[in-house]
Ligand binder design. Structure first.
Ligand code: MLT
Length: 407
């Protein structure tokens, strides 16, 4: 008799963005004439940059010729891409890495979800609250988070570290010491970012407590201020306690193309097995369960770092950040409290009149025909907040803000 993984039964509802998509589809079905603008899920709207498309075309031609055809990719990634990443994202910031410390994947979401495989079930995780739901849900699926308490909308075996306007979105060290600490910086969903000194304090804390930091830097390309670190390895000691995950989705529009990478320095060893490099466990996991990102896509990723690719993707980032400014300025002149949107493509706003996040979602959908993301979907401390993404088109962003501010 087969049995299912009972941990799945403990999960509340569906994945946040699936729930929202269902609600919007239902509304559209009942109101087919409405022109809905989505500033909900953080999906890009600008097409792949020309330099990236050209590289893909070249790679497609190679795949169609038996002299240059590629079969399975190396399961940990092609060296041409791993080295290009090291040279451009790390070496340039004074961080040296070896090629086998970078693992290419089909995106940061997969890596964030899959990384739980290599850690023991009884590790206690700490997450910032609100948080990108994948971190908590993937641990829940692996039976690491206790039970879900519907009243508090939280798991019994997860440390939630509130990040709200009151603490300037900087998590305080929790009373109970965690084994695994998730940090997303610049942050999804709040759009805020930790300063270097705050991140260094977390690195010191992790080293002192023999914890590991899982650092999601998917929005790194949006950093505009000087004192925000671009990689956690800018902090002293981070190679001994941190794993960094990155994505090509947000900096180069690969949400539909799929490419990301994870860095695991060899200095990071398992505390209970000091002779075992965590890097080797991930290599083993990756080699067993993943067959490599497609050659065509890895060539496209390489092109992001070419002179033309850089210029073109930076223009796209500037375009989205102009949207962020439109949202921030529009909403704050209409009297809303807004946060984020300076080092990240997300704007985090307080709901008006203490309205609940989901009530505000419904109001916005019905009265402005705009879709956003309710803050409570990201965790208990997200209640009373709402997220808008800057990834729409400029035209739709302006129209959405006009509609919201005249509601
Ligand atoms: C979001 O809207 O939070 C993101 O699109 C999620 C993701 O990158 O997977």
């Amino acid at each position: 008799m087969f049995k299912i993984n009972e941990n799945f039964l403990k999960l509340p509802g569906s994945y946040l963005f699936s729930t929202i998509a269902k609600k919007v589809a239902e509304y559209k079905k009942n109101n087919p004439d409405r022109d809905i603008i989505s500033l909900g899920i953080g999906d890009v709207t600008q097409p792949l940059a020309p330099a990236i498309v050209e590289a893909m075309h070249r790679a497609v031609d190679e795949m169609g010729d038996e002299r240059t055809f590629h079969g399975y990719s190396p399961d940990l990634g092609y060296e041409f891409l791993r080295q290009t990443i090291i040279d451009n994202d790390y070496q340039s910031r004074g961080v040296s890495l070896e090629v086998d410390e970078v693992f290419i994947s089909d995106g940061a979401k997969s890596d964030c979800g899959n990384i739980v495989d290599i850690f023991a079930t009884d590790n206690l995780i700490a997450v910032t609250d609100p948080v990108y739901p994948v971190y908590v849900d993937s641990n829940a699926m692996a039976g690491k988070t206790g039970d879900y308490d519907r009243n508090s909308e939280s798991w019994t075996r997860v440390i939630y570290m509130p990040c709200t306007a009151e603490n300037d979105f900087v998590p305080a060290f929790p009373k109970q010491v965690p084994d695994i600490i998730y940090i997303c910086c610049p942050n999804n969903p709040t759009g805020t970012a930790l300063k270097k000194k705050d991140l260094q304090a977390w690195v010191d804390y992790a080293l002192e407590n023999q914890a590991v930091i899982l650092y999601d830097a998917a929005y790194e390309a949006y950093i505009s201020e000087q004192d925000i670190p671009h990689t956690i390895y800018e902090c002293d000691g981070a190679k001994k306690c941190a794993i960094e995950m990155r994505s090509f989705s947000k900096n180069a529009g690969f949400t539909g193309t799929r490419l990301g990478f994870t860095v695991i320095p060899k200095e990071l060893t398992a505390v209970d097995h000091p002779d075992v490099a965590v890097n080797s466990l991930w290599a083993r996991r990756h080699g067993t369960k993943f067959n490599g990102a497609p050659y065509i896509v890895q060539r496209a990723g390489e092109a992001v770092y070419s002179a033309a690719g850089r210029k073109q993707t930076q223009e796209q980032i500037a375009y989205y950040m102009q949207n962020a400014a439109t949202i921030r300025e529009g909403l704050s002149s209409a009297g809303y409290d807004v946060y984020g949107g300076v080092n990240a493509p997300y704007i985090w706003m307080r709901t008006p009149d203490n309205m609940s996040s989901w009530d505000f979602f419904d109001k916005l959908l019905k009265e402005a025909n705009v879709v956003g993301t309710p803050g409570s979907g990201f965790g208990p401390s997200g209640e009373g907040y709402f997220r808008l993404t800057a990834f729409g088109t400029a035209e739709n962003t302006k129209r959405a803000i006009d509609r919201i501010t005249s509601m």
